[in-house]
Design a protein around this ligand. Sequence first.
Ligand SMILES: CC(C)(COP(=O)(O)OP(=O)(O)OC[C@H]1O[C@@H](n2cnc3c(N)ncnc32)[C@H](O)[C@@H]1OP(=O)(O)O)[C@@H](O)C(=O)NCCC(=O)NCCS
Length: 198
Amino acid sequence: MVVLPNGEFDVPAGKIANVVTHLEMTKRPVIPSDPAGAWTLRRVEAPELDWYRDLFRRVGEEWLWFSRVRMPDAELTAILHSPLVENYALAHEGRDEGMLELDFRDAGQCEIVFFGVTAKLIGSGAGRWLMNRALELAWSRPIARLWLHTCTHDHPGAVAFYQRSGFRAFRLQIEIEDDPRLDGTARRDAAGHVAIIE
Ligand SMILES: CC(C)(COP(=O)(O)OP(=O)(O)OC[C@H]1O[C@@H](n2cnc3c(N)ncnc32)[C@H](O)[C@@H]1OP(=O)(O)O)[C@@H](O)C(=O)NCCC(=O)NCCS
């Protein structure tokens, strides 16, 4: 790999490149009042993989979430069935339209592993409502740190949304991976904001 003097380098064809932002908070923030909306949240214990992957795709395919699509079934089952990993579904008009995954496997902390709503609920207040539930759930436990990461393929408002939620950015990483649209993991026409280089 050739790195130019200013740090630029070429990403190989067939790959995607992401800037990942890690954010954290170390005490319970003031949780704002809920936007009004007809949303409900339920915990889904030991989720079925088909249900989980369907919701994961409907929330995340447009943002190139693919890790849990590619992950072997046994590995994914082991994570989702851990008593320290909690999955929640946001429902709207009788259908699951948002997902929240809280991981308490590291003692004393919680990671928001996946957080998002489907396209039709973006900008509706459902994201803020879901974050309020995430903060209440996570900080109801004896944790000293809540953290998450988001990347440049995610919704462009995500970093600012998380900062308004009380998270502080503390780490940037570059991540280069196989483009999931080139091996059938994601739809070829997903994520028009990320070019495919063949
Ligand atoms: C990232 C994401 C959760 C952000 O949610 P969003 O839809 O932009 O946010 P919302 O519409 O819920 O809220 C945005 C603001 O508008 C306000 N708002 C929106 N609709 C409102 C309403 N009807 N009434 C009152 N307030 C409303 C919210 O209160 C919020 O204000 P605040 O942030 O100052 O508190 C969402 O874009 C998403 O799920 N994207 C897809 C997946 C993704 O990229 N996830 C992040 C990567 S990990």
